[in-house]
Design a protein around this ligand. Structure first.
Ligand SMILES: CC(C)(COP(=O)(O)OP(=O)(O)OC[C@H]1O[C@@H](n2cnc3c(N)ncnc32)[C@H](O)[C@@H]1OP(=O)(O)O)[C@@H](O)C(=O)NCCC(=O)NCCS
Length: 89
C-alpha cells in the first residue's frame, strides 16, 4: 500500500474472538515480520492501529514494530497510529 507516498507492506491481523488472549496474534505477527525481513527486506512493514486498540498495539510491538508517531493521522476509516519495522522518512 501507499503510505504518504511511500510503498509499504501493511500487516493486518484479525482473529476469531474465541482465539483471543492466547498469544496467537503476537506469534503470527512475529513470524510474518521475520519472513518479510528475510524475503522483502527493502520494503518497510507497517501496521495501522487504532489508538484505543491496546491489544493490536501490543501485537505490533511483540512483532518488533515501533510506533512512528510522525506518520500517524487520518486513515481510510478513522485515526491511525502507525507502527513500523523500518521508519519511512
Ligand atoms: C488484535 C487481535 C488480533 C489480538 O489477538 P490476540 O490473539 O488476543 O493477541 P495476543 O493473545 O497475541 O495478545 C497480544 C498482546 O495484547 C495483549 N492484550 C490482549 N487482549 C488485550 C486487551 N483486551 N487489552 C489489553 N491488552 C490486551 C496481550 O496481553 C498481549 O500483550 P503482550 O504481548 O504484552 O503479552 C484481536 O484482538 C483481534 O482480532 N481484534 C479484532 C481485529 C483488530 O482489531 N485487528 C487489529 C487491526 S489494526
Amino acid at each position: 500500500m501507499d503510505l504518504h507516498g511511500t510503498q509499504v507492506l501493511n500487516l493486518f491481523y484479525r482473529f476469531a474472538t474465541s482465539a483471543w488472549g492466547q498469544g496467537f496474534a503476537g506469534e503470527a505477527a512475529t513470524k510474518v515480520t521475520a519472513w518479510v525481513s528475510r524475503h522483502v527486506p527493502d520494503l518497510p512493514l507497517i501496521a495501522r492501529v487504532r489508538p484505543a486498540n491496546i491489544a493490536s498495539q501490543r501485537v505490533a510491538i511483540r512483532a518488533g514494530l515501533a510506533r512512528a508517531q510522525h506518520l500517524g493521522g487520518a486513515g481510510y476509516d478513522g485515526l491511525d497510529w502507525i507502527y513500523a519495522s523500518k521508519l519511512p522518512n
